[in-house]
Design a protein around this ligand. Sequence first.
Ligand code: HEM
Length: 632
Amino acid sequence: MAYKEQADRLPPASMALAAAVQAHLGRASRFVDGKARNWSLFFFFRILSKAQLSAKLRQVATAINAQAAAGVEPANPDDKGSPQAPAQLFLDWLKVLVEARSDDFWNTLRAECGKAGIPLPAEVGDDEDAYELLFRALDDFSTRSFAGLPASFTGPIKAAVARAAYVTLSDANNFNAFVAKFGDTAAAAGRKALSGGLVGAFAYELLRQFAPAQSGSKDGVVRPAVLRSEAVEKGLKQDRDSVEKQWDPVPINFAFTFPGLTALQLSQPTLASFPEAFKQGMAARADRLGDIGASAPENWEGVLGLDCVHGYFTGGYLVDGDDLPVSKDFRRKLRDDVCAFNDSNGSDGWGDTLRTILAALCLPLGLEILHIELGEDPYDVDKEGSVVRLPYRTEHFGFRDGISQPFVDMSLADPLPGGGTPGRNRTWTPVAHGEIYLSEPDEDGNAHNLPMHPLLREGSTFLVFRKLEQDVARFRAYLASQRPGDREAQDRLAAQFVGRWPNGTPLAVAPQAPRELGADPDGLLNDFRYAADDPEGRRCPLGSHIRRTNPRDIGGTNDVRRHRILRRGMAYGGSLLPMDSPGDGGKRGLLFIAANARLDLQFEVIQADWINRGEILGQAGVVRVVASCQCQ
Ligand code: HEM
């Protein structure tokens, strides 16, 4: 396999890490061709137990009246094993994601459906009628022809669609013919699928996940599964042409919560060995994190922060690349669907319909989707209403984001200056693997050995997910109130809050005005220090965001090197708020995602001690945010 040669170049410890886990965390926002993904759906799920799955399948059987249609009696449910154990289908789906192996999945699905009284054919062959029917059904869904579900969704249609889905998806030839109907390339297929809003997007995500296993090896090349490492991803680049023609090669990330691992029935000693911050969950740490008042857990959206959330998985899309712009309505449709899905009180019932359809699509995976978030890189809209991509990733206050990351050397890319730990003579040392990945030595040379089970630990990391709203209109109004009538001064004040100009130029390097950034601005963007270059905060204010969250060489390298996080967030809310808008009612913000090995020492210290509290490492408290700066 082409990607194996790449992986073989890595040093042994890193190879195991990179190849086995490191599921696209290293540079999550990149496609194999180097383009950044610009939107991503986050599916928060609950794992069904065996008992819940069989009850739900029996409901389906009754609803589609499949027994009557097929004239069969349901077999006795198989009572073996604890009914509270996770549905086997969920475990088999993980094999599809991790190993691109689907045989067990189809066998289990056939057996479970048989028990519930929904007969599925044991042998599947070429069947054009089946994939044509399935394709039409998806088309109907996306044009809302089934908006009246479930009343108008009559039994015979449902039974036929369910059978068509099984026949199409479980057979390599049918699968390939079906996928080809979406378009010649992955981009075309994605565009077609996403024009169907959330249902299309979700169906597409499922197809993508199953594609490596279902489409079979082509030209002797076996494809890796969608949950894969950056080392594998890099190798895939060589096969890009053939890969792209087959399916969207974007990998997915997958994370479990502690309640999720409990639902998987890990052993008690293993569960008990997880660190306290992870076991308790973020809502229980609200006081420490400063999540109080309007930000208190009881005000978090939907089920976020609740124990019913067992994990999330997330893919990513780039269907409106530079070549083919799409309209803002295209983007809004998906956003509206996600809102409707999350808001069960929505008035027109579309949210309930979406929940019903997604529940049906997810049942064979042994899970239920509880909540969805849509991450979108902010964009501009031109006069024709088309989406215009910005030259770099931007957050909603208008600043370039995703620049500075801890550089953990996996032999996968050249080190970016400024990403490591500051060393002597203005050098940067790569951050120890163990700061991000478990089981590897951290900056102090200690391997982090919790949880106790090595399979759960090796190459794993702890992910933090937070939904942070940004009140853009109020931020701008505040700037105007502080520097009335002087737009330039307002922009400078905003830059002082962040510590960078909107295009990313650091104030520590250029305090008076942003620099023009060339094609390869990495050195300029991140190769700077505070203690050495700007100890009193005359260029970059002591309280600026980037200085508080990564004080670099302040206090000596020892103080900062154990408190780094790998940020993997994405904005939400769609287009940037136009400069002179008083607000348009839309919510905007950041889906903040960070990876680290020690939640208490890394994320929590930055959030609770450095961002929220006063003095840090002799730096400014919040009341002295820009007072020290000489560049006003
Ligand atoms: C809505 C909330 C936030 C916004 C809009 C925001 C925005 C930004 C921007 C514009 C940058 C500079 C670009 C870059 O260096 O990549 C940055 C850097 C950073 N942010 Fe945030 N951020 C937010 C919340 C947070 C939170 C909650 C944390 C940590 C708990 C955090 C940690 C960091 C870190 C570690 C850096 C890199 C600093 C460096 O290495 O120089 N941010 N953020």
